[in-house]
Design a protein around this ligand. Structure first.
Ligand code: BGC
Length: 244
């Protein structure tokens, strides 16, 4: 069975149909730039464009960098603040002309990893973290998602953790992979102390280059590199597409 997923980020929006038995994209994904400013109406129109470009007719699952409670946006990271309070399920459903359901992007990526990727078959507490523009978190207990954990924003050394250890910080401060890996390791020790995970899955853009920094990580639980990487958001979003 196929479902359609859209992954909305601060700079790009990616979409594809997904085989929900395997998590594989069934055609190449299509990517467009996120409209700037990334206001609700403009992003919804771009999402409708992606659905049309794929010739998709039917329900759609969407993820975005926000706390999303029951389809309503409660925070906005790297998208316009006017998203806060918006009924995103309703907005996208109207724009696309089919039922849509919206969830947090790291929750979606984590769902993909626990369903088809690095966390498949794992019970206990599994924490999926995405390192990109920000740090996203998806927390699973025996496979059940605890939504909107936002562990990228815990305080570390008096600052918001994602300001210290998101992937974009490495580039912005021109850190070596080892220097950045040490920051990630410190963050992982802190978050592991908070939630005592059995497994941490490291995802997001930086997971593609994990061989350059994974040797800096010595946190005391299982650690896996995300298997679906760039496609995890799309695939996980597709899992949330409502029934037709
Ligand atoms: C946001 C999260 C999001 C993460 C990754 C953070 O800044 O607060 O909602 O999951 O970035 O995009």
């Amino acid at each position: 069975m196929q479902r359609f997923g859209i992954d909305i980020g601060g700079t790009g929006m990616k979409a594809a149909p997904v085989d929900v038995a395997t998590g594989a994209l069934t055609t190449d994904r299509i990517r467009v730039e996120t409209p700037q400013p990334a206001t609700p109406d403009r992003v919804a129109a771009a999402a409708a464009g992606l659905v049309e470009a794929h010739g998709w007719h039917g329900p759609v699952g969407i993820c975005m960098p926000s706390v999303v409670m029951h389809g309503v946006v409660r925070s906005a990271a790297n998208i316009d603040d006017s998203w806060i309070g918006v009924d995103a399920d309703g907005l996208f459903s109207d724009a696309i002309g089919a039922r849509a359901h919206v969830v947090n992007d790291a929750d979606a990526a984590g769902q993909a990893e626990t369903t088809w990727g690095a966390g498949t078959g794992r019970s206990g507490v599994v924490l999926c973290l995405t390192f990109g523009t920000g740090i996203g978190s998806g927390l699973f207990v025996d496979g059940v998602l605890v939504p909107n954990t936002e562990f990228g924003h815990v305080e570390l050394d008096g600052a918001d953790a994602e300001v210290l250890a998101a992937a974009r910080v490495r580039k912005a401060l021109n850190l070596s992979w080892a220097e950045w890996g040490d920051r990630v390791n410190r963050y992982l020790h802190h978050i592991a102390f908070v939630v005592s995970p059995d497994l941490i899955i490291l995802g997001g853009g930086a997971s593609k280059r994990a061989h350059k920094w994974i040797d800096r990580i010595d946190v005391d639980c299982d650690v896996e590199i995300a298997a679906l990487q760039n496609d995890a958001g799309i695939a996980g979003a597709a899992l949330h597409a409502p029934d037709a």
